[in-house]
Design a protein. Structure first.
Length: 372
């Protein structure tokens, strides 16, 4: 029994899901089970979350509320403003497919000082999985929204899903985002989780080549902060700098990363589990903010959430078997669950292979080749 020491007592952010609906896109790799249903978060849920968050924000400057989805803009400006109103002293960010972004939304984002992240997968031929609900390519509607952000002078980051980590495509992929002017790029290799069961089999060697080529492209034109490359470089700096083991990812407390669903249910550690149920664990929630304070749910998460105990067993398995554990710290819960037939105590996943181990090897190869 590890008690609560594996989870931080205060999260760095809270993810809010104001609606389950995702408009107008219907991406083929999406893991969300209710993306075609418009469930809206009641204001009472936001008020309950704010009671804990506002206290945390007093001692944690820059505490972040992440509006995620579904498509958060499908909530509508008036209702989203009502959900935001109870929060004080926090930074708001939104992850959007940009398709609904118009001038009115840009004014709203500026008025509320949002940090904006856009989901787009690279050049048009790499966006074939991002389609509209009518079955049409979604690239042009996303670019139209991005152009509006640019006209209003709103900086934005990007998250891209790479379904095929092809080394030969890495440079063109990176340059697309450099030309787009994104501040930060996060790269997610497509995962098998939720209702998405069509991810490609893991090919570690190919993924290593992709990450090395992506790092090469970044080095040649370092105008974008590349999230994954930066994580490896930060890890290498901590190791080479002789930091104590506690400073490394594998020894740091896990951010509980509470995700609050539209109905107030709270899932810890893994937003991808929200909305799913299991015969052994029920709906994966730790509780509901309409019944218990979010601060109580975070503090008592391990006692209240049986699947987390099984997850720690999987993390310990990784610790004893995986040479990349010091960097990774253990696979994410949803990847374990969906790749290991509903178990959290499995070890390596396809996600580990292509997005953690291959990432570390690829960027390390890049650094060695450019050391002199």
């Amino acid at each position: 029994m590890h008690g609560t020491t594996r989870l931080a007592t205060v999260p760095r952010s809270v993810i809010m899901q104001p609606t389950t609906q995702c408009l107008p896109l219907d991406c083929t790799y999406c893991y969300l089970p209710f993306r075609k249903i418009k469930n809206l978060m009641p204001v009472q849920v936001a008020e309950a979350v704010a009671r804990a968050v506002n206290g945390w924000a007093l001692s944690s400057p820059g505490f972040e509320i992440v509006w995620h989805g579904g498509e958060p803009l499908a909530t509508g400006r008036e209702h989203l403003a009502a959900l935001m109103a109870p929060f004080k002293g926090v930074k708001h960010s939104v992850q959007t497919n940009a398709a609904l972004v118009d001038d009115a939304w840009c004014e709203f984002l500026l008025e509320h000082d949002f940090a904006v992240g856009v989901s787009i997968d690279g050049p048009e031929d790499m966006n074939t999985h991002r389609i509209t609900v009518a079955g049409h390519p979604g690239f042009r509607v996303a670019v139209r929204g991005i152009e509006r952000l640019q006209r209003h002078g709103i900086p934005f980051s990007a998250i891209a899903v790479v379904s095929d980590p092809a080394p030969k495509s890495a440079a063109r992929f990176y340059e697309f985002f450099a030309e787009l002017g994104v501040t930060t790029l996060g790269v997610n290799v497509e995962e098998e989780e939720g209702v998405n069961v069509g991810a490609r089999p893991a090919d570690q060697g190919r993924a290593v080549e992709f990450w090395a080529a992506l790092a090469d492209a970044w080095r040649a034109n370092p105008v974008v902060r590349l999230r994954e490359v930066q994580r490896v470089l930060n890890f290498a700096g901590a190791v080479l700098g002789g930091h104590e083991p506690a400073a490394l990812p594998a020894s740091s407390p896990w951010d509980p990363l509470p995700t609050v669903a539209h109905d107030g249910g709270v899932v810890m550690l893994s937003p991808e589990l929200a909305g799913f149920t299991d015969d052994r664990f029920g709906d994966f929630t730790t509780g509901n903010v309409l019944e218990n304070g979010l601060d109580v749910l975070v503090a008592e998460a391990e006692q209240r959430t049986p699947w987390i105990t099984e997850f720690w067993q999987g993390v310990d398995g990784c610790r004893t078997t995986c040479p990349a554990f010091a960097f990774c710290g253990g696979a994410h819960p949803a990847n374990r669950y969906f790749e290991h037939d509903g178990r959290f105590d499995g070890t390596r996943t396809r996600y580990c292979t292509t997005a953690k181990i291959a990432l570390l090897e690829g960027v390390t190869r890049h650094v060695r080749e450019h050391a002199l």
